[in-house]
Design a protein around this ligand. Sequence first.
Ligand code: NI
Length: 248
Amino acid sequence: MQLQLSTWPEIEAYLARSRAILIPIGSTEQHGPNGLLGTDALCPEIISRRAGDQAGFLVGPTFNVGQAQHHMGFPGTITLRPSTMIAAMTDWTQSLARHGFERIYWLNGHGGNINTANAAFAEIYHGVTFAEQKGKNSQLRCQLRNWWELDGVMNVCRGIFPVGEGCHATPSEISVTWFGYPETVNDTPMSPKIAPMGPILDAEDYRRRFPDGRIGSDPSQASIAAGEKIVAAAVKSLVEEFSSFAVS
Ligand code: NI
């Protein structure tokens, strides 16, 4: 069930049986020579929508632009400043809370979002505390989970890609997007086959160190079949984790 494909009476009816919503959150940033700019938003979106359809829970619109300053050396990347992201996540959450949502689960697709998302939660809870002082007793809880850290997912990824997984533009995440959007599969060659590793600093330094955008990975190994296995593992774990969070 997707919020943006629902009517308000359907959301009102959903709220009578659940106070929990799942929001995919990611980034719009370069993902190497063969990866989509939307990869980090599409992965949690693909997994969330399948889990929501399977288990009957509500999935919100994807928060699809995040912290991508270090990818700004590559065309197409869009970034928010941290303060904008904190403000936007707070506004999304307060809007949902106004309608009665009390459990907001954010399924994240981008490591660079983690610090800022946690800062947003601190901002949100600050607001809750001061609202309580005015007599409102909110039970609001937020949770952030990186999709690749869902139970069992990394084991599947390591099993399929023992070499060249790396840490940016990984064959695992590219496979998930190809499973979701098979028309985007491409056979772009990688040179070198496995990209260099190194620190992530500012945008110009990033492009110097990692000229094609990848870090440590060989995403030419990606496949729809691999994506299908990874998504299946992630959906299974997400259904379990979200279901228990919803009633926590
Ligand atoms: Ni990524």
